[in-house]
Structures are given as structure tokens and as C-alpha cells.
Ligand binder design. Structure first.
Ligand code: SF4
Ligand code: SF4
Length: 159
């Protein structure tokens, strides 16, 4: 009697398991073959910070004040101001680097910037063979901003 119950229980489990497997076999897969296929991210997705570019002058808004570097909780921003021929520091970054291997995508650098020079982009593709390739410089950060479709806020309105 006990043996028959065991056999019936096992058979029932096998049938249930196969029903799930066969049911999923005919469903459309929800995975994509990245990088050949890509998913469409919803508008407003937050990627890494980028450097905004003034559309009229082509220059960065950044004044190399360094407040973002101080606000970054993991210390991954390096800023050095340009030095003019007179030996005085200019309000423009000679060096602006971000090490994305450790970025928390926390937005604190953007909030700390008093010159509206940073923006969280929609750039999320951060796979490289060498970690050095994820340290982005000033010009790379500006290019990321130009290509980004992140939701922008101006005067309280999303644009
Ligand atoms: S998003 Fe956060 S962790 Fe990344 S650079 Fe800005 S402050 Fe640092
Ligand atoms: S991005 Fe903003 S906070 Fe950072 S150095 Fe430039 S102006 Fe200052």
C-alpha cells in the first residue's frame, strides 16, 4: 500500500515538473542575446554621470571647483584646473576623470555641482576587458552626455 502511494506520488511529481518544463518550452523567451540584441530602456533610466556641454560655445559648464569630488562618497572623481600662461588657475578642467568601476550611480556629484555641469546619463553599458578602460576622461564624459537621452529637468519641467 505504502509502495503504491510512493509510486503514485513520484509519478504525479514527474508529470507536474514536465508540465512546467513543456509550458515554458513554448513560451517566447524573455532574455535577449546581448550585445546583438538590446532592450529598450524606459525613459528616465539612470546611468553614469556625464559632463554637460554648452550648445553655443561647445565648452563644458565645469569650472573645476572640485565640489563634486568632495561630495562623491567613494572618491572616484579627479579634477585639476587648467593653468594659464600666467601660472594662474583657470576656471576650466584640465583633467576631469571618473572611475566608473566604483561608481554607485548615486547622483550626489550632480547635486553637489553649483554650476549645472553634471547630469546622470542613460549610459549603462560598462563592460570592458580592462578596468582602466572604465576610467573616463573629460572629453569622453562630454561625448556620453551628447549621446544621452536621459530625462532632463529645466525650470522644474522635464524636457
Ligand atoms: S554618482 Fe555617486 S559614486 Fe558615482 S561619481 Fe557621482 S557621487 Fe561618485
Ligand atoms: S562638475 Fe561641477 S562640482 Fe565638479 S568640478 Fe565641475 S563645476 Fe565643480
Amino acid at each position: 500500500m505504502g509502495l503504491m502511494r510512493d509510486i503514485a506520488g513520484t509519478a504525479s511529481s514527474i508529470i507536474k515538473g514536465h508540465k512546467v518544463t513543456i509550458g515554458n518550452f513554448f513560451k517566447k523567451p524573455i532574455t535577449v542575446r546581448y550585445p546583438e540584441e538590446r532592450v529598450d530602456y524606459p525613459k528616465g533610466v539612470r546611468g553614469i554621470p556625464s559632463q554637460k556641454v554648452n550648445p553655443e560655445t561647445g565648452d563644458l559648464n565645469c569650472t573645476a571647483c572640485g565640489l563634486c569630488a568632495r561630495a562623491c562618497p567613494v572618491g572616484i572623481i579627479e579634477v585639476k584646473a587648467m593653468v594659464g600662461p600666467d601660472g594662474k588657475k583657470k576656471q576650466y578642467p584640465e583633467v576631469y576623470k571618473l572611475d566608473y568601476t566604483r561608481c554607485l550611480v548615486c547622483n550626489l556629484c550632480v547635486e553637489a555641482c553649483p554650476f549645472d555641469a553634471l547630469e546622470m546619463s542613460d549610459f549603462t553599458e560598462l563592460s570592458q576587458y580592462r578596468s582602466e578602460d572604465l576610467v573616463f576622461n573629460r572629453d569622453q564624459l562630454a561625448e556620453i552626455w551628447k549621446r544621452s537621452n536621459a530625462v532632463r529637468i529645466a525650470g522644474g519641467e522635464k524636457i
